[in-house]
Design a protein. Structure first.
Length: 172
């Protein structure tokens, strides 16, 4: 045990420092604006179901980041849920692969109205890196009309939070 403690003392902290977010303060400010809208119009809870309709997974990593201790989006009342039945909005990543088109449509139909569709990332907007091909239809708008689109490859967590705020503002 002593050996381990000595080793830890000698090596010190080797993890990377957290990125100096200009957003630290801005993020809180934006987050609490989101929370205010959610408290006022959604009884304190806005639920999102994420749907990967053919992404490379990097957009998902940014979605995961929203739930890490740095961003902790849940404190603002935004929750990612497992079922579209519990969702206020769908957050779609990736172009629509032909194999996922029906699943995406069904997920949308299973989401109770009023509902919103968020297209996250360049692929969801117009096919992005994947374009359109025999396997990929291109952007989400090929089958459903997004209420808001977030460009970027991938978009940062801040951009996603900003888009949620814009969506909440425009829908009230
Ligand atoms: S927008 Fe970029 S990061 Fe997101 S799924 Fe497409 S290629 Fe991947």
């Amino acid at each position: 045990m002593l050996k381990i403690l000595n080793k830890i003392r000698k090596i010190g902290v080797i993890t990377e420092p957290t990125p100096s977010l200009a957003t630290d303060h801005e993020l809180d400010e934006l987050g609490f604006k989101v929370k205010k809208q959610i408290d006022r119009h959604f009884a304190g809870s806005f639920a999102i179901r994420a749907v990967d309709s053919g992404s490379c997974n990097a957009c998902e990593l940014e979605i995961h980041a929203l739930n890490n201790p740095l961003y902790d989006i849940e404190r603002f009342g935004v929750h990612f849920v497992a079922s579209p039945r519990h969702a206020d909005a769908l957050l779609v990543t990736g172009g629509v692969s032909k194999h996922m088109a029906t699943a995406l449509m069904r997920t949308w139909e299973a989401t109770p109205a009023p509902k919103w569709l968020i297209a996250m990332g360049d692929c969801a907007i117009d096919g992005g890196e994947f374009g359109s091909s025999y396997a990929n239809m291109g952007g989400v708008s090929k089958i459903l009309q997004p209420d808001i689109s977030i460009s970027g490859c991938p978009p940062t967590p801040e951009l996603v939070l900003k888009a949620i705020y814009q969506l909440l503002q425009s829908s009230n």
